[in-house]
Design a protein around this ligand. Structure first.
Ligand code: IPE
Ligand code: IPE
Ligand code: MG
Length: 254
């Protein structure tokens, strides 16, 4: 892949109209392939170019963090050929893209229980994280063998261990501390789900508490800038009230 594929320099961030953190449930690969009489795996392969488009769009629009749901903790239950094909695809995509991520100032991170991944995939992930750790641009987080419940249970375990060791008093456990112990530490502003399902599928349960949610019937391999822009337009039309009344929100903004 060539560098111009993510020419993302110059994104303007920090405008309230631009969501700082966008998360995407990249769904619909299997249906996309089946509609064409192809194997499901062909849909996953076709989805890789949509990932590139999403990264590029996020960088160009000044989105600070893009979190992509690539493989859920429940997806292991799929047929063995699909799971192993996906693992192959991950490791190939990682080795093809690492240089490009690094050169485009992207900070790359994978969240999820990686212990179950093949050695080769774990090594490729570690290499990509290391190669991009010093960057300062878009934070690209890929959720792989990730589950929202796994994340919360893991945070609880981390805090319990600290409490047992005496470095944390149980009464000091609050929402902020729990949030900062999660694998994904910041709230999502905008959630996009392709493939039309109106559900969370055990994605970022805690972090989605006040997200705006954009669902489209477009299948992930057909995702492009127009769809991302439609999601941004939708986001910009929402009034984020966080429990307040509309009048209160308008007074604060005025
Ligand atoms: C999402 O597409 C990708 C993964 C879950 C890995 P699907 O494979 O779920 O596609 P559909 O929902 O069956 O069409
Ligand atoms: C969610 O899609 C997981 C990913 C996109 C990686 P699924 O296709 O697994 O979700 P369900 O099974 O339809 O809820
Ligand atoms: Mg699906």
């Amino acid at each position: 892949m060539q560098n111009e594929l993510y020419s993302i320099a110059g994104g303007s961030a920090d405008s309230p109209r631009i969501p700082a953190h966008v998360a995407i449930i990249m769904d619909g690969n299997g249906r996309w392939a089946q509609k064409r009489g192809q194997m499901r795996l062909a849909g996953h392969r076709a989805g890789v170019k949509s990932v590139r488009k999403a990264i590029e769009f996020a960088g160009q629009h000044g989105i600070r963090q893009l979190t992509l749901f690539a493989f859920s903790s429940e997806n292991w239950k799929r047929p063995e050929t699909e799971v192993s094909g996906l693992m192959e695809l991950f490791s190939r995509a990682l080795s093809n893209e690492t240089k490009n991520l690094a050169e485009n100032n992207i900070v790359f991170q994978v969240v999820g229980d990686l212990t179950r991944f093949p050695e080769k995939v774990q090594t490729a992930i570690a290499a990509a994280e290391k190669a991009t750790a010093e960057n300062s641009g878009l934070r690209l987080v890929v959720a792989a063998n990730y589950g929202g419940r796994w994340d919360i249970a893991r945070a609880a375990r981390i805090l319990a261990e600290r409490a047992l060791s005496g470095s944390l008093a149980p009464q000091d456990i609050n929402e902020d501390l729990l949030a900062s112990s999660l694998a994904v530490t910041n709230d999502v502003d905008l959630l996009i789900r392709t493939g039309g399902e109106h559900r969370i599928s055990n994605f970022l349960l805690w972090q989605l508490a006040y997200s705006e949610i954009f669902i489209t019937d477009i299948l992930w391999p057909d995702f492009d800038d127009r769809v991302f822009q439609a999601a941004l337009d939708y986001y910009q039309g929402r009034e984020r009230r966080f429990g307040l009344t509309s009048e209160q929100v308008q007074k604060r903004q005025g």
